[in-house]
Design a protein around this ligand. Structure first.
Ligand SMILES: NC(=O)c1ccc[n+]([C@@H]2O[C@H](COP(=O)([O-])OP(=O)(O)OC[C@H]3O[C@@H](n4cnc5c(N)ncnc54)[C@H](O)[C@@H]3O)[C@@H](O)[C@H]2O)c1
Length: 302
């Protein structure tokens, strides 16, 4: 297959100073994209700035390799920060074609020990951060010949120990992804999500919820560079799906499918019917209905 090229594409990547976001930014820049490397230099739990300027370091590496990139250290969890990030793309490159919402924070703790402020902080970075960047970017994505958004969710939205605040905020972002995908149908803006796995600073911060074997596997086998090709594909103009989620880790890529079971239909429904027919309600049969927003249009091969 011909190499997929990103020349003339301008992509904003949030949280691109470290880990998975850095891999996205470097891969896209190596294929010709102009990249805005957004990163505040946040502490892992979002409690403050850790003093580094990781966005600048990534921009230096990209430009040294002959790529195009600018840094932005705005806090995307605020409206002003999201606007500043988008304005950086416009003033540096004159357009914006795609956004990868990747910035993230984590701290693990049992449900009833997490202070409300921490629930709010996780929502502010993961849900409202992505929402604010999308809102600021949307008019420009509509002008692009192929506007694209990739949000970063997590398997934790389906349930992980001690991650109710983190997983809940990623679940909110999943709902936003589906609804923005519908919003983008007419204009052609495609909105998808990835649920990555990689042995980054964030994985280390969640180590106490994982077994030592899993942690060792993540450190040695799951590289951020394994995640970037999927995010890059999803922001390429040839990608036609929208509203989908892909699990991506260590070279494994699969689709997280949402479906409705066929269930039952009984207008005289009683509590007893629900109890008696519970197996039918639950059964995933071949007739289960996948919830697709925009199917892939695979080009004919003959
Ligand atoms: N590593 C994994 O296995 C894993 C699993 C599931 C989901 N994720 C998600 O992948 C994404 C990337 O995670 P990572 O593992 O590379 O983590 P990381 O900690 O290495 O990188 C995240 C980056 O986001 C930045 N950031 C945080 N809050 C910000 C804000 N308000 N404004 C701007 N930048 C901000 C941080 O400074 C940091 O550089 C996150 O959204 C995370 O939730 C990671």
């Amino acid at each position: 297959m011909t190499a997929l090229d990103f020349t003339d594409r301008v992509v904003v990547v949030t949280g691109a100073g470290r880990g998975i976001g850095r891999a996205h930014a470097e891969l896209l820049a190596s294929r010709g994209a102009a990249v805005v490397v957004g990163d505040l230099g946040s502490a892992i739990d979002g409690s403050g700035v850790d003093g580094d300027d990781p966005a600048r370091e990534v921009v230096d590496a990209i430009t040294a390799a002959g790529g195009k990139a600018v840094a932005c250290s705005a806090d995307i969890s605020t409206e002003d920060g999201a606007v500043e990030l988008v304005d950086t793309a416009l003033s540096a490159f004159g357009q914006l074609d795609a956004v990868i919402n990747n910035a993230g924070i984590v701290r693990t703790a049992p449900f009833d020990e997490v202070p409300y402020e921490e629930y709010q902080r996780h929502l502010d970075v993961h849900y409202f951060g992505a929402l604010r960047v999308c809102r600021a970017a949307w008019p420009h994505l509509l002008k692009s010949p192929a506007g694209r958004v990739v949000n970063t969710i997590s398997q934790a939205m389906l349930g992980n120990p001690d991650m109710s605040h983190y997983g809940g905020s990623k679940g909110a972002l999943f709902g936003l992804t589906r609804n923005l995908a519908l919003e983008g149908l007419k204009s052609g803006v495609k909105v998808n999500a990835i649920a990555p796995g990689a042995g980054t600073r964030m994985a280390e911060a969640a180590a106490d919820t994982l077994s030592p074997e899993v942690m060792e596997y993540m450190r040695t086998q799951l590289r951020p560079e394994h995640v970037a090709p999927v995010a890059a594909y999803l922001v390429h103009p040839t990608c036609t799906v929208s509203g989908e989620v892909f699990n991506v880790a260590g070279g494994i890529v699969n689709r997280l499918a949402i479906l409705n079971t066929v269930g039952i239909h009984d207008p005289a429904l009683t509590i007893e019917t629900v109890a008696e027919r519970f197996d039918d309600i639950m059964a995933i049969t071949p007739d289960a209905i996948p919830q697709i927003v925009a199917p892939a249009q695979v080009p004919a091969t003959s």
